[in-house]
Structure formats: C-alpha cells, structure tokens
Design a protein around this ligand. Structure first.
Ligand code: ATP
Length: 247
C-alpha cells in the first residue's frame, strides 16, 4: 500500500465521485456539543471501492450520512462530481439521494410481509432508470429465492436482498455501514462479493464502514479515521478478492 497524507490526491479533480473540503459536524444537544467531524478533506475517485476504518465514535457514520445526503455538515463544502451538495436545498438533496445513492446497513431493514422480489420492487417502482428486480436478485445470487419472505431467508441472504434493493436503481454510489457486522465469515464474504460485483459490473463507487480490518484488503483505498479526522489514507495497488480475506 502507498501512503499519502490525509485527503491529498495527485492533482486529480475530474473523475471524482466526491470531493470534500474542511467538513465539520457538530451535534448539539441542549448544552452539549459533540464535534463528530473536525475538518475533513477528502477525494473519492469515481468507481473505486473505499473502506473506512477507525475506532468507535471517530466519525465514520457521520461522514457516510453526509456524503449520502441523509444529513448535512455544519460547515465545509462537499461536491458530488460537479454538484455542490452543500448548496442544495432539502428537496434537491433528496432528489440526489434518491437518484444516486444506495444504502446498506448492518440490519437489513427488509419489509417482513413482502417477498424478496417485492422488497426490491419497492425501489424500482420509484426509480428513474431501474434494473429489472429479477436481474438485481440474480446479481446477488438469489434468483431462485425471489418469492421467499425475509423470515425464510438466512441473515446473509437477507443482506444480499438488501444489496439487490440498493443496486436495483443503478445508483452511482453504494454506501454500506457495517454491512457484514451481523454475519459470520462465510456469509459475510458472500455479501462482500455482491458489493465487489456491483462495483465491477455496474461501476458504482462503493464505500464500506467496517470494524473488520481484514476487509480493507479488498479496497482500492482506505481512510483511517481518528477523532473526527482522516488521519491517514492508504492506496492499495493490489486489492484482493473477498474470498481471500482473512476474517
Ligand atoms: N445524532 C447525534 N447526536 C449527538 N451526537 C452524535 C449523534 N450521532 C453521532 N454522534 C456522536 O458523534 C461522534 C461520531 O459518531 P459516529 O457514529 O460518526 O462514529 P463512528 O466512527 O461511526 O462510530 P461506530 O464505529 O461506533 O459506529 C460520536 O461521539 C457520537 O456519539
């Protein structure tokens, strides 16, 4: 891996999915202020697989929520391609999120009364340029299970349905917060394989938060968070396949 100072890239400004400057986030609750991001500069090249590592409370989820348009920075600027996300009003930010961002969380958040395919269809029904739900389920290896309900699927299979649901609208970015946190190594690796496939075959930029350091070896790039900052960026010249990860 090559080390670069945090956020410093090689002069590249085109081909970036995200560019952030001096991003700060302060949560205020009554008298208490929490400085969750303390001036983050970042550049995330389009089409890359990025892993965010760092101790609990270091700001990873806060950043993920901001780049996904679920929340706003307190100050600083954030661009998605040429679009200044920090300048968008709430309606436009929601449009960005709907069109461009697929989210995957630790707990799969499927609707229990709907089949796998119906869960995916919820998204494709309102997307501009969706895949066929069956195609999305095939991408995650669950074509045969389309008529099954979440309760009839294992945790790993439910997470793969959640990946199918996220990729089915063909988003530019997939943002994953602890996607394998509830899974054992074998099923976790299958979920990571579906993310790698979405990255490779659909060209989606994929960002994964994890506490599992082994997963960083499949990334093109790793941001190491510490105390609300990106303390270090690693560029991995030779990412490995998920099946080779030591869990
Ligand atoms: N809604 C909120 N209100 C107040 N403080 C918050 C809120 N969300 C997060 N924080 C605080 O901001 C800091 C950063 O939290 P964040 O969830 O981004 O960290 P993280 O690196 O993702 O941690 P973890 O690995 O445990 O998920 C923490 O101190 C957290 O308690």
């Amino acid at each position: 891996m090559t080390e670069r100072p945090a956020g410093q890239e090689s002069g590249q400004s085109r081909g970036l999915a995200f560019r952030g400057e001096e991003l700060r986030k302060i949560y205020r609750t009554g008298e208490t202020e929490v400085h969750a991001l303390r001036g983050v500069d970042l550049a995330i090249p389009a089409g890359e697989m990025l892993v965010l590592l760092g101790p609990s409370g270091s700001g990873k989820s806060t950043l993920l929520n901001i780049i996904g348009g679920l929340d706003r920075a307190t100050s600083g600027r954030l661009f998605y391609g040429d679009t200044d996300l920090t300048a968008l009003d709430d309606k436009a930010l929601t449009r960005f999120r709907r069109a461009e961002v697929g989210f995957i969380f630790q707990f799969y958040n499927l609707i229990p009364s709907l089949t796998a395919e119906e869960n995916v269809r919820l998204v494709t029904n309102i997307a501009d340029n969706p895949m066929d739900p069956a195609e999305a389920l095939a991408l995650v290896g669950l074509a045969e299970r389309r008529d099954h309900y979440p309760a009839q699927l294992s945790g790993g299979e439910q997470q793969r349905v959640a990946v199918a649901r996220a990729v089915a609208k063909q988003p530019g970015v997939l943002l994953c917060d602890e996607p394998t946190g509830a899974l054992d190594s074998k099923t976790g690796i299958r979920v990571l394989e579906t993310l790698a496939r979405a990255n490779r075959e659909l060209g989606a930029t994929v960002v994964i938060i994890t506490h599992n350091v082994g997963i960083a070896a499949m990334a093109d790039r790793v941001f190491h968070f510490l105390d609300g900052r990106i303390a270090r960026t690693e560029v991995n010249e030779h990412p490995i396949a998920p099946s080779e990860i030591s869990w």
